[in-house]
Design a protein around this ligand. Structure first.
Ligand code: IPM
Ligand code: MG
Length: 369
């Protein structure tokens, strides 16, 4: 086994961000000691707390620290304290800023049901079937980054895509699909929007380079319905920034809770990628030790897998999580009748003690040590 040294920039953020991020860091530390890696964590202000301490949501030193890292772990940002601020100065502007500055144009959101949690999905098991798909959301363009105008009478937001912007994210989605079940569904609104018409033509044109992947197109309204009717029909969904934001929350609810879903945001392969749970900062839960750390923990395992090539390590942690869930331990938001409801910190402690009893030696052997 090769032992690695990695530096991880940590942006805990606001609300429950710090507690869930620190749970993930604890597990990453356990992983480092078990497998002989060295992970160095450096924390930076970001979001609302950075507005308070530095006067801006994305301070320069935070950005520089992210650029110098091997990967970035982010908690969540925002809260009522900063809601009255003008749009471009709020914590969310920090998130959009970091995506833009680091060129993070790909956003991957894996929608996977943990076996022990099937019961908490709002869909009946027969409808749910084997729900396991990925959403590839374009992250650096669309209505998010087009010109925003507002005066007392009128406001507008420009939804814009270039061929190059569509192609670079679509290539990633085709490659993900080629490595999975070879089915890509591109989602747009090409019956109404010009940007979607270009989207559809560009994705269709690119599909000639990926003959092993079956490409379908769906209009976004239909896609929203199909995700609820028959989620098992999807393998990889490719969509733009705005539709991806909405569809990924819907899909996360199917997997049981938005609190469970991680994400990867990346640009060029040689640049650091950013990992974050897709949930928000949940200010009403903050500091009460009730938040579910799984979105952050699965973001950490996604980091191990996608940025560091540590598949075995990633599975070692995920298997421990599944065993703890299988024993019935849950935080409040993912509890069912009969669950053993524990606090967030107790839940993390259960996973850590499960890791201590896990067979690292055999995991090491299978990673080629
Ligand atoms: C997400 C969030 C962000 C987005 C907000 C906080 C700006 O909803 O990452 O999905 O809209 O992209
Ligand atoms: Mg969102």
């Amino acid at each position: 086994m090769t032992q690695s040294q990695k530096s991880i920039a940590v942006l805990p953020g606001d609300g429950i961000g710090p507690e869930v991020t620190h749970a993930a860091i604890d597990l990453l530390q356990d992983c480092a000691s078990a497998f002989g890696h060295h992970f160095e964590f450096r924390e930076y202000p970001f979001g609302g707390n950075a507005i308070d301490s530095c006067g801006e949501p994305l301070p320069k030193e935070t950005l520089a620290g992210c650029r110098a890292s091997d990967a970035i772990l982010l908690g969540a940002i925002g809260g009522p304290k900063w809601e009255a601020l003008p749009l471009g100065t709020r914590p969310e502007a920090g998130l959009l800023g970091i995506r833009k500055e680091l060129g993070l144009y790909i956003n991957l959101r894996p929608i996977r049901l943990r076996p022990a949690l099937r019961g908490i999905s709002p869909l009946r098991p027969e409808r749910l079937a084997d729900c396991d798909f990925e959403i590839v959301r374009e992250l650096a363009g669309d209505i998010y980054f087009g010109e925003h105008k507002i005066n007392a009478e009128r406001a507008s937001d420009l939804a814009e895509y270039s061929v190059a912007e569509i192609e670079r994210v679509a290539r990633y989605a085709f490659e993900r699909a080629a490595a999975r079940n070879r089915h890509l569904t591109s989602v747009d609104k090409a019956n109404v929007l010009a940007s979607s018409t270009l989207w559809r033509e560009t994705v269709a044109g690119l599909s000639r380079e990926y003959p092993s992947v079956k490409l379908d197109h769906l209009y976004v309204d239909n896609a929203a319905m199909q995700i609820l009717l028959r989620p098992s029909q999807f393998d990889v969904i490719l969509t733009g920034n705005m539709f991806g934001d909405i569809l990924s929350d819907e899909a996360a609810a199917l997997a049981g809770s938005i609190g469970l879903i991680p994400s990867l945001s990346r640009g060029r392969k040689d640049q650091p990628a950013l990992y974050e749970p897709i949930h928000g900062s949940a200010p009403t839960l903050a500091g009460k030790d009730v938040a579910c750390p799984l979105g952050a923990i699965f973001s950490a395992t996604l980091m191990l897998r996608e940025s560091f090539g540590m598949e075995v390590e990633s599975q070692w942690i995920e298997a421990a999580v599944d065993r703890v869930l299988g024993q019935g331990y849950r935080t409040t938001d993912i509890a069912e009748p009969g669950s053993r409801v524990v606090r967030g910190s107790e839940f993390t402690a259960k996973i850590r003690s499960e890791l201590q009893s896990a067979p690292v030696q055999s995991a090491r052997r299978s990673s080629g040590a």
